[in-house]
Design a protein around this ligand. Structure first.
Ligand SMILES: Nc1nc2c(c(=O)[nH]1)N[C@H]1C(S)=C(S)[C@@H](COP(=O)(O)O)O[C@H]1N2
Ligand SMILES: [Mo]
Length: 259
């Protein structure tokens, strides 16, 4: 995709911004609006262009876009890959974000930890860290895009979620995969995105076990979705046909939030 110049939004009225968005980003089509990509974070995810922040802009962009999860799901292309980057482009240090400050990062004991499984899964045995580390792993250098208007490139390694779901006998015709976390955070994704080849259960950051701030012992890394759909400190995974929502999703964030 051709990269448009960054938006000039400082001091502009919401109406001017709306016009800018459509003229400066010709790739922005009705389809993108339907897909819910028209937030600052969504635009960065779609175009690779990092936009400056602005609460008013975000609010306006939300207002002019029609959140429509049904339409988005129907448009999801399971083969379209998120952009990958050379390691030299990694953002150092990688920014931290959570619904609390970094001083409150949960300290999880890896020895006691087990990934609990639930819902439409045949083999619900819980998995400890050594058995997860023994599974085939993949690495990716991708960009994490937060709706708050920042993004950063990092390298994560882990188990392709699709492989894991098939291994545990998950019903891959079910609608949703949900995640519960140690800090009370929750999120959920559609099954097509769960089976996407770049969606991984990450155990490492930059080649080493995830540091606490990066979500030790296990996080979801899904580069085709916004940052808040990448739960850290995962405690449980379940497969379901009932809409699971999530921490931010329940507060009005667009549920699909992806490509
Ligand atoms: N458990 C948990 N996971 C979470 C969050 C959180 O508050 N708790 N915040 C989300 C948000 S909004 C973002 S942008 C990313 C940030 O990931 P990072 O700290 O690795 O940058 O984590 C996501 N996963
Ligand atoms: Mo975020």
């Amino acid at each position: 995709m051709k990269k448009p110049p960054p938006l000039k939004i400082d001091g502009a009225s919401e109406r001017e911004i709306a016009r800018e968005v459509v003229t400066v980003l010709p790739e922005l089509t009705r389809r993108d609006f339907l897909k819910g990509l028209v937030t600052l974070g969504g635009l960065s995810l779609a175009t690779g262009v990092v936009l400056s922040n602005g609460a008013a802009v975000e609010k306006m962009l939300r207002a002019i876009s029609r959140w429509n999860d049904g339409a988005q799901g129907a448009l999801f292309d399971p083969k379209k890959l998120a952009q990958t980057y050379p390691e030299s482009m990694m953002t150092r240090p990688f920014p931290f974000n959570a619904f609390y400050g970094i001083e409150d990062v949960p300290v999880v004991d890896g020895k006691d930890w087990k990934l609990e499984l639930g819902g439409l899964v045949k083999d619900r045995k819980a998995w400890d860290l050594p058995s997860l580390r023994a599974l085939p792993q993949e690495e990716q250098v991708t960009r994490l895009v937060c709706v708050e208007g920042w993004s950063a490139i990092g390298k994560w390694g882990g188990i392709p979620l699709g492989d894991f779901l098939r291994r545990i006998g998950a019903d891959t015709t079910a609608k949703y995969v949900g995640f519960g976390c140690f800090d009370g955070y929750r999120s959920s994704i559609d099954m097509a995105s769960a089976l996407h080849p770049q969606t991984i259960l990450a155990l490492t950051y930059d080649g080493k076990p995830l540091p606490p701030r990066e979500g030790f012992p296990l996080r979801l890394r899904i580069p085709t979705k916004l940052g808040f759909k990448n739960p850290k400190h995962i405690a449980s995974l379940y497969v379901t046909n009932s809409y699971p929502g999530g921490y931010w999703e329940d507060q009005g964030y667009n549920w699909f939030s992806g490509l």
